[in-house]
Design a protein around this ligand. Structure first.
Ligand SMILES: [Zn+2]
Length: 260
């Protein structure tokens, strides 16, 4: 089982070494901005690396929204990031499930997701797996509660879609971690990546506030149980820089009985 961390994008491979990580996730552009990713000079080095790479799409992307001025650029930005992520040899592009605005019909949001994959298919399809990540907050989210997730997967039925399970988002979003992997797999058929995070916010608080694995409001054993059940690669998106994340990775290896 590959275990790693979300790191600064300047030199992801050096960040992996510093944490003794077998995988890293990073951004290819400002996560709060709309700028398309620039080609990376180290693309060849990244492609050749032993470390598994994952790219997280910007947070501003919301392909579900009924607001054209957000949805249309979101689609383009997502496709741009998919190309750039494939260029560096990433194993997957993680993108949040998104939401519709209050009063808008969530059914349209799910259909907007379908249209996003149709839009990508028009130019040959996404060049790498797109992993939709569950989110913690909001009442109109596409991937917070499992009933919504089931409707999203129904809408995306024709397409190859991956899933990224964030333990902090699930717990803060109000989904019990015990047995969660089975309940999700019954919907998606797969879990491609685990974001292993503890939560500063309480159960069902709707707060997206990550904590180190042995801190926070989640029993760390539950996070370990989720990872074991999923059998998927793991990325910690926890605070504390190199030290904090290296400790989280070491904790998981010890708990899972997997040496680096
Ligand atoms: Zn996450």
């Amino acid at each position: 089982m590959r275990i790693g961390a979300h790191v600064d994008p300047t030199d992801p491979l050096a960040e992996a070494t510093a944490r003794d990580a077998e995988a890293v996730q990073f951004f290819l552009a400002d996560p709060q901005g709309w700028k398309a990713p620039k080609p990376r000079e180290d693309a060849q080095r990244l492609r050749d690396a032993e470390v598994d790479l994952y790219v997280h799409a910007p947070y501003v992307i919301n392909v579900a929204t009924l607001n054209n001025r957000i949805r249309i650029p979101s689609r383009k930005l997502l496709l741009g990031h998919a190309s750039a992520a494939a260029e560096v040899g990433a194993k997957g592009l993680i993108v949040h499930g998104g939401h519709v605005n209050a009063g808008d019909d969530l059914a349209v949001g799910f259909d907007n997701w379908r249209k996003t994959f149709a839009y990508a298919a028009d130019s040959g399809g996404f060049p790498l797996p797109v992993l939709i990540e569950n989110t913690a907050g909001g009442e109109n989210a596409c991937a917070r509660h499992l009933d919504a997730l089931a409707r999203l997967w129904d809408a995306l039925g024709d397409y190859e879609v991956g899933f990224c399970l964030d333990t902090c988002h699930a717990y803060a979003g109000g989904e019990e971690l015990l047995g969660l992997v089975d309940r999700i797999k019954a919907i998606t058929g797969r879990i491609d990546l685990i974001h292993a995070n503890n939560s500063k916010g309480a159960f069902n608080s709707g707060q997206d506030r990550h904590d180190n694995l042995t801190g926070g409001t989640i029993d760390p054993e539950l996070v370990v149980a989720v990872i074991r059940a999923a059998g998927a690669p793991v990325i910690v998106e926890t605070p504390g820089g190199v030290e904090g994340q290296a400790a989280d990775i070491a904790f998981l290896r010890e708990q899972l009985g997997t040496a680096a």
